[in-house]
Ligand binder design. Structure first.
Ligand code: GLU
Length: 478
């Protein structure tokens, strides 16, 4: 780490106007990874200046979601509304220096301009009516108590910056309207607050969603006008759903809480999101957060919209689950099975860990411990019809099931080894492949066509249950 790098400061700046969505998590994560890689500081700022839509509950939810993900900030979060004085002082400075001006145009007047522009099929621009008012004119209007907004006076020229993802961007300032920085009630607008806060927090790199790309030239002009150092910018590509449209609620789960509820592990969710726009085609894309810190490469983030694939995310999560230790997962699994009514609070941890260990290789989401764990406690009431169609089509299938169940009755214990040896012996005796018996055994015992080691499952259940389930399948196959 060089001396320079130590000064890097980034921030995640969510607005507490709703749940924390995965787009926001991706932004937080990329900031976090960049800060960790550069030995920098990762900050959080809650942008709560939209009083109508911001709530304390949303803020708490964002903080706890970040904590669950392991993305809590390095410093106490900054609450934007607590800094409005600084925003107002900045507006004042710009007014004093003639870099901003009071605009007395009424809402109705501006609206009429917009309608006119529309009818003439041209893009609406602020008319500039109040741009060159004289001191006297301004004073006269102020004296009559006319309300006003404050607009930023866009200077002539071209605004250029090198985005960390979108590379060289140049915008002719003529394309930028004199935008409002203070509303008529005196409250500051996002563009101003964000610049003042980032400058005061000494943010060196602004890493955020691509939807803010068009704000950046405006913000750069504000930095320059305020005499502040312009940070570097990195805009992350949009996250798209599989239909190519911007990912939204109608595409399914989108908030962190929903993903948690579905049984995602923080590391699975983060791993999946880290790949978006960066490692989409990696052959072995499974990384812990520490590995991501080592591997993540901002230079490889591409600007093409990143397609979000929930199935791939679930698969990635499954890889993390199978890498985790059963003893670490058991505390999550236990309440699921308790809520399902299959175990009571006194259920042995030793058995719980053993069952978890057995199931975890097949599971993609924690909640699947309910779906796939059920057969450890309850006889299946339904059977996977696809598996039956595929594997149980022999005309002798019921005969084989009977033979297997009868031969199991002669066993002395329920050990996996004994059951497997018996099954293979029966298969040899009848000159059939062992799979002719393993498939019906699996379907009978679990209801599914795939499962973890079926003999280990049988050992847990005990001979009596296995035989009962074989007989139930036979009845079902009538
Ligand atoms: N508060 C803004 C948002 O939630 C982010 C602003 C920024 O990152 O500059 O979209």
């Amino acid at each position: 780490m060089n001396q320079h790098a130590q000064k890097i400061r980034v921030r995640f700046a969510p607005s507490p106007t709703g749940h924390l969505h995965i787009g926001g998590v991706r932004t937080a994560l990329f900031n976090y990874l960049y800060a960790r890689q550069m030995g920098g500081t990762y900050c959080l700022r809650i942008e709560d200046t939209d009083k109508e839509r911001s709530t304390n509950a949303n803020m708490q939810e964002i903080l706890s979601a970040l904590e669950w993900l392991g993305l809590s900030p390095d410093e106490t979060p900054v609450i934007q509304s607590e800094h409005s004085q600084e925003h107002l002082e900045a507006a004042d400075q710009l007014l004093r220096e003639g870099k901003a001006y009071r605009c007395f145009c009424t809402k109705e007047g501006l609206e009429a301009d917009k309608i006119k522009a529309e009818s003439e099929k041209r893009a609406y621009r602020y008319s500039g009516r109040c741009r060159e008012l004289s001191e006297n004119e301004i004073q006269a209007k102020l004296d009559t108590g006319l309300p006003y907004t404050v607009r930023f006076r866009i200077p002539e020229g071209i605004t250029r910056f090198k985005d960390m993802v979108y590379k060289d961007i140049a915008v002719n300032n003529e394309e930028i309207d004199d935008f409002i920085i203070l509303r008529s009630d005196g409250s500051p607008i996002y563009q101003l607050s964000v610049v003042v806060d980032d400058a005061n927090m000494n943010i060196t790199h602004v890493i955020r969603g691509e939807d803010h790309l068009s704000n950046t030239p405006k913000q750069i002009l504000l930095y320059l006008a305020l005499g502040k150092k312009v940070p570097k910018f990195g805009h992350l590509p949009l996250i798209l759903a599989q239909d190519g449209k911007r990912l939204s609620k109608r595409h399914g789960a989108s908030s962190v809480d929903e993903f948690k509820e579905m049984g995602f592990l923080p590391e699975g969710l983060l791993n999946g999101l880290a790949l978006l726009g960066w490692g989409d085609n990696m052959p072995k894309p499974i990384f812990s957060l520490d590995e991501l810190i080592k591997r993540f490469d901002f230079a490889r983030v591409n600007k093409k919209g990143a397609i979000f694939d929930p199935d791939k995310l679930a698969w990635i999560n499954g890889q993390h689950l199978s890498r985790s230790e059963a003893k670490d997962m058991w505390p999550f699994v236990k309440p699921l099975w308790q809520n399902a009514g299959w175990i009571d609070p006194g259920f042995s941890d030793e058995d719980g860990i053993r069952y978890t260990d057995l199931l975890k290789s097949r599971i993609r989401l924690l909640n699947e411990f309910v779906l796939y764990g059920k057969y450890l406690f309850k006889d299946p009431l339904t059977f996977d019809m696809k598996a039956i169609d595929k594997h149980l089509q022999s005309p002798d299938i019921k005969k084989y099931i009977s033979i297997l169940s009868t031969s199991f009755q002669s066993l002395k214990s329920s050990s996996a080894e004994e059951m497997e040896a018996k099954l293979r012996e029966v298969a040899d005796m009848h000159e059939i492949k062992a799979s002719m018996l393993i498939h019906p055994l699996r379907i009978a015992v679990t209801g599914f066509g795939v499962s973890p080691d079926i003999f280990k499952i049988c050992e847990i259940l005990g001979l009596e249950t296995v035989i009962r389930r074989l007989n139930l399948l036979k009845i079902f196959l009538v």
